[in-house]
Design a protein around this ligand. Structure first.
Ligand SMILES: [Cu+2]
Length: 277
């Protein structure tokens, strides 16, 4: 490969990266990505903050242990310390290396539990969505008097994704549509085996278990298209049941809802929840 070609590739990658960083709604995973995709919900923002806090604590502990190790290797090597110490008790030291890790664990536990409870306490929902995992696609239900329809959402083939301008293995035929800045309560269940409904930018990952109805929530703070994957190994085509969520304005949501009621009303579904058997 010529130098020009390599530079061209680097330029293209940098352009892709700058687009991804500038616009969370365009933030698809990209090669060499090490951080999260940009947060688009309050839960994901808090997950990121917690992750950053943990990162610094872990870094400090690792550097301290590594430095101690290097110091001991050098200071107490055979050449400088030919007669090993026979000391086998030091109460102060033992109390210190018990208490200090306990304090570090408590410092980690407090924000961890706060976040856990924040995720678990579902605020009053504006929109209810049911995601039913099936081998190997998702069915969605918009329950309630103002909606009341069901549809299947299948991953696109490579050729169809290309035609539709959708990313490979992430685009679907019938997307989930939700309004921006509204609390969406998601109920998940499985119709056959365990699946998991996950959208990283919302900080959502909830198992879809046959015979159970699990609850989670998100509030998307920016319009755009967000992607996820089934995140529980569910069989041969586990990697081919993506999730695509379009976050739109209230007006666009109302328009979509009206159209979806008509579009999906005529479709006979064979949704059979294990929970309802
Ligand atoms: Cu699955």
């Amino acid at each position: 490969m010529s130098v020009g070609k390599v530079l061209g590739k680097i330029g293209a990658a940098a352009a892709l990266l700058s687009v991804a960083l500038a616009d969370p709604a365009m933030a698809l995973p990209h090669p060499w990505q090490t951080g999260f995709q940009p947060a688009v919900s309050p839960v994901m923002e808090q997950i990121e903050n917690f992750h950053t806090e943990l990162f610094w604590i872990i870094t400090a502990v690792s550097l301290f242990v590594a430095a101690l190790l290097v110091w001991i290797i050098i200071r107490y090597r055979l050449a400088t310390n030919p007669v090993p110490s026979k000391v086998h008790h030091n109460t102060l030291l033992e109390v210190a290396w018990t208490i200090i890790p306990v304090i570090i664990l408590v410092v980690i536990a407090v924000p961890s539990f706060k976040l856990l409870y924040y995720e678990a306490a579902i605020p009053k929902a504006d929109v209810h969505l049911r995601a039913i995992g099936k081998q190997w696609f998702w069915s969605y239900e918009y329950p309630g008097a103002d909606a009341g329809f069901t549809y299947d959402s299948l991953g696109l083939s490579d050729a169809d994704a290309k035609k539709a301008g959708e990313p490979r293995l992430l685009g679907v035929d019938n997307v989930v549509v939700v309004p921006v800045n509204k609390v969406v309560e998601v109920e998940t269940t499985g119709a056959d085996v365990i699946h998991s409904w996950a959208v990283p930018q919302f900080g959502v990952k909830m198992d879809a278990v046959p015979g159970r109805l699990n609850h989670t929530w998100f509030k998307a703070t920016q319009t755009g298209t967000y992607y996820g994957e089934c995140s529980e190994l569910c069989g041969a085509r586990h990697a081919y049941m993506p999730i695509e969520v379009k976050v739109v304005s209230d007006a666009d949501y109302a328009a979509w809802l009206a159209g979806a009621k008509k579009k999906y009303a005529a479709i006979e579904t064979n949704t059979r929840l294990a929970a309802a058997k």
